[in-house]
Design a protein around this ligand. Structure first.
Ligand SMILES: [Zn+2]
Length: 144
């Protein structure tokens, strides 16, 4: 079945932003989903001295997966770069999908990966700074 992807999904899939790794990241998160076999790693570099609170100075990702997973990773990293860690935590997979002008319904779970990997990376950062780790809510993956 051919999936109907938006122009933005195709753009971020063909030309993904922020691909790569950060050496000695301040936060590292990994998420996977068995439905597509997608695996996503998020690397964060955090500036703790910013006046507005810790900000995400740089973010990179490595994703092995389908077009939706790669486009979601690319868009999600664009959306949290330069934001405070608290703002980045609040970014949802729905906001990522909306920024991509939508994902096919059976591919929404791929955007959940980006949110999960970012949450895990932020918790990794929090743990390293001796801060409380925030419980990650389990997403209900849509049954197809
Ligand atoms: Zn996928």
């Amino acid at each position: 079945m051919a999936l109907d992807y938006s122009a933005k999904v195709m753009d971020h899939f063909s030309n993904p932003r922020n691909v790569g790794e950060i050496e000695n990241p301040d936060g590292l998160g990994e998420a996977g989903n068995p439905q597509c076999g997608d695996i996503m790693k998020i690397y964060l570099k955090v500036d703790d001295k910013a006046p507005q609170g810790p900000i995400i100075e740089d973010v990179k990702f490595k994703t092995f997966g389908c077009a939706s997973a790669i486009a979601s990773s690319s868009m999600a990293t664009e959306m949290i770069k330069g934001k405070t860690v608290d703002e980045a935590w609040k970014m949802t997979n729905v906001a990522v999908a909306e920024a991509l002008d939508g994902l096919p319904p059976i591919k929404m779970h791929c955007s959940v990966l980006a949110e999960e990997a970012i949450h895990k990376a932020i918790n990794d950062y929090r743990g390293k700074r001796g801060l409380e780790v925030i419980p990650i809510k389990e997403h209900e993956h849509e049954a197809v």
